[in-house]
Design a protein. Sequence first.
Length: 213
Amino acid sequence: MRRGILGGTFDPVHTGHLILAQEVLWRLGLDEVWFIPTGLPWMKRDEPITSGEHRRAMVELAIAGNPAFQLSTIEMDRPGETYTVDTLDALRAGPMTDDELLFIMGADTLHTMPRWKEPKRILEQVRLVVALRPGHGTVDLDALTAIDPAAAERVMVVHMPLIEISGTELRRRMSLGEPVRYLVPDAVGDYIEQHHLYRGARETIALAGGDTA
């Protein structure tokens, strides 16, 4: 199977995530896209993050009804720091041994890869799908070629609709009581209201590690 891997904190999951997953699924002819919420992301160790229980539940609600979208809690279930290379090792050792894996990321995330744990081994296990939005120039592969001169051969660029939604902005709006309808799926918005998320002091977990945004 050809499977897309879309990692992130999903705090909260929003319409932009779903559009990205659907666009890659369609354009590249994937069988599935797997949403993998991060456990303890090291790149956000100094930031508060909503509990894994809530983030998992929101992703479940967001992808319900699309049989091509799947959820994996592999990073949340694993104790300690979250690193992409460890997640890929576990997937390769388990349900996705013989699959073609395409790791989906934004062009901005691509520049951080040299800081990730064992980036060269990540490039050996997957092809990268880099989402490029209109007006954001071209994809700069210098960071990748510094890791592996042949890395550019494993990169696919997908041009995306211009959807300017960010988790940071959504959390700001919700903390002030501003509406987020149509920015998040209705079921996710209802869940956020029901559990009083993002209002005032946020429910947090202690952070330690992870290299997906």
